[in-house]
Every structure is written in structure tokens, then in C-alpha cells.
Design a protein. Sequence first.
Length: 299
Amino acid sequence: MPPHPALPLQHLNIAAGIDIAYVDRAAHGNGPTLLLLHGIFDHKGTWNSLIKRVPNYRIIAPDLVGHGHSSRPLLGQVAMDHRYSPDMQAEYLCLFIEKLALKSLVLIGSSLGGGIALRLYLNYPEIREKTRALILVAAAGYKQMLPGHIGAMGGWLGRLLQNSLGGNLAKISRLVHFSARRSIRRCFHDPNKAPDELCVEAITALEQPNTFYAYRFSARNITPPDLDAFQLRFAEIACPALIFWGREDRVINPLAALRFAADIDGAELKVFDQCGHAPHIECAEQVAHELQDFLERRL
């Protein structure tokens, strides 16, 4: 799985046996660092289209634990309902931020990454103090029925792939390749806008040891048990907030964008027509323009 072609792949050890892989694009100015958090079954490459269009900020894009080039530990010492959960990811990202000594942040999260960004901000006072803005891209934050592929991976399909097949991709390669491509293309209003490299890297990730294990628990534990109470805390968000959404999103209902805009005081909302669940890719030019305008105005 090749790293971002223009940025060297780096690894940071944050705990025993756990490394987070990331790319780090230097800044041309003294502004905050943009920390880009991807969604479930995804990787840092989802941000490539945006990174090259936002030149004036330091940008760090990590792979969540269990994804991309990051470690895929079995986490035998961790409770099963906490393994690869949003709270676990937030804990490790907090260590990641601390070890990199990041002082001024803009948290940008897509889908599950948006939900993790919210948990970083609301559950960790030390992160809240560093955060100058929060950007939610089709973010997970409210209860909803899980998309079919996530529900299946957290249930029967995940058990089948992990246990019966032992993660041997060769036995089901055509099925897995087809499913991976279909899941990615489903995130786009125009499936032809799904970059080929996203599909290639997603399929390559499935060939790594313990990927099915990590994906199964990520899907199984994707809905935090405190979600009903947690969403009531969105009113606590005091930093500038910007919400991006695609009007044709088939993964998370676009009505969630209106809920975020109502629940976060002063939040700005940008909805893109003819755009699905990945506006940072499908409408990269517009998103980059709106993002830079927002940061210049609000920071």
C-alpha cells in the first residue's frame, strides 16, 4: 500500500505494540495544524484531494489504529466492547497529539472521524484547549441504522472472515474485491469520481494480518453506549465550527447536517448538490475554498 506520493510515511509509537502511521505536510505560515481524521474502513489517503488544495497550513493525516499502515493489535487486554471503539481511537489520538507536541489544532473529521473529533473535543479538556476550530464532514454524531456493509462486518460477515477463513483473502478474493469497490463507490453521488487509488489501497489493506479482526470490532463497537447523552453536549462546543455535507449522502442522512447546525451554537453549514458521503473528494475544490475562507474569517 503506497503512502501519499508527495509525503513520506511516518510512524509514531504511542503505546506498547501500537504505532500510528501518518503523513505530515509542513506549513508555509504560523497557523494552526489541521488534523485530518478518516472514517471506518478508510485510511489517510482519503484526504489527498484536499491536502493538495490547502497549501498554507501544516496538515497531519493519521491512519486510525487498525486501519491503513497503523498497527492492528488484538487488544486481548482490552474489554471486547471497547476494542476499536470511537472512545479507544480517541484515547490513542490523544496520545498521538501529545507525543507530537501539537499546540494549536483544527480538528477535521469525516464520517466516523467526525464522531471521534467530537469526542476528542468534548471528553479531553487538554484537547479542547488546543482546538481553534472544528470541521465536520458528513460526521457520525447521532443514532441511526447502520449501513448494511458496516452492520454485516460487525456481525456475521466479520465473524466469517475472521474465524472461518482466518483472514485468507485468496479464498474469497473476488467477493471481497467486489464488496470493497461497491462500498467505496456507494459513498459518491457520481461513482466515477471515486479515485482508483482509494479502491486499490482499501483492497490492499484487507490483505494485511488482523485487518478483518480490526474491522469487525470497529464495526461492532461503532455506536458508543453513551450516544444519547453525548449528543446533548454538542451545545458545549465553543470554538468556531463548520459542517460539510453532500445532499445525496446515502450513508448518513443529510438531515443530520441540520441537527448539527442547530445543536452547535454559531456553526456554519455548507451543503453540496450532486454530492454523496465524501464531499472532501467529490467536491474537493469547493470544500477547499470554503475551508480556507472559513479559517481566514474565523481564526
